[in-house]
Design a protein around this ligand. Sequence first.
Ligand code: AMP
Ligand code: ZN
Ligand code: FE
Ligand code: FE
Length: 289
Amino acid sequence: MGVDLHTHTTASDGSDSPAELVSAASGLGLSAVAVTDHDTTEGLAEAETAASRAGIELVKGLELSLEWGPGAMHLLILLIEDLDFLLSRLGRVREGRVRRNLEMAERLRSQGMDVTMEEVRAGGGSGAIGRPHFASLLVRKGYAPDIPAAFDLYLARGRPAYVERFRLGPAEAIAAAHAAGGAAVLAHPLTLGVEGGRLSAVLEELSEQGLDGMEAYYGAYDPPTRRSLFELARRHGLVPSGGSDYHGRFKPDVKLGIGRGDLVVPDEALAELRAAVSARRSLKPPHRS
Ligand code: AMP
Ligand code: ZN
Ligand code: FE
Ligand code: FE
């Protein structure tokens, strides 16, 4: 049993197709798996078909990078009800990614690297192309020894090929999640770049904006960190959620369902998120917010 509420497929920067990922999750004995590709819901139809075949529940999701100062704030939208509506809200974000990618390829070329957008795309799937695809190409062409090094040398924020892209702010993104009938969950809270009292203050503000949950059971965190994030979530009235953030070969040290080997995300995490969504829907149906 157990669930995994954070995974990536070939619809963004994972290397397993949605059907492969869902079958693997079922093979692990998970009761549910969320597919949460960056900025896209393109993998969900295939994942849904595979899930009903394999007898596992699919949680429809998506991950967004938000506009936020110190570090990286990522939001998972889980249990999405209205995919088309959500995509229409994300038009500017999705266009911004395409434009940013073209500019990053240009930056790499202007630094003497022989890379084209066609080559970057050839290493990806059908959907959202992102920096891991650039990293993978830089490795294939010998410009970097591995994916983390490609980020450190060129692609990470502040590095020479990094280009900003349009992002939603936290309040707008949470509102979009709710309007699409879903739950808003803060991903990997330790990348926010704030700790202690400042982290609490940020969580307080996000809660006021309607945040439903935050990841405590995160693949890359050790058990004591997961426990302290669990307590922190409870103190703020947030559902402790979690998942592996599996990306296949783009993050080879993280495995589906079990992260680095010791992750267990209990079924209650999903049950509590579902309860939060149902409570809101009974107050206000999706769409009309
Ligand atoms: P993008 O959405 O195109 O900006 O790319 C974001 C993806 O890049 C996320 O899934 C991260 O897993 C990955 N990423 C961001 N920073 C790093 C880094 N320093 N090293 C490795 N992967 C990273
Ligand atoms: Zn990713
Ligand atoms: Fe993330
Ligand atoms: Fe992720």
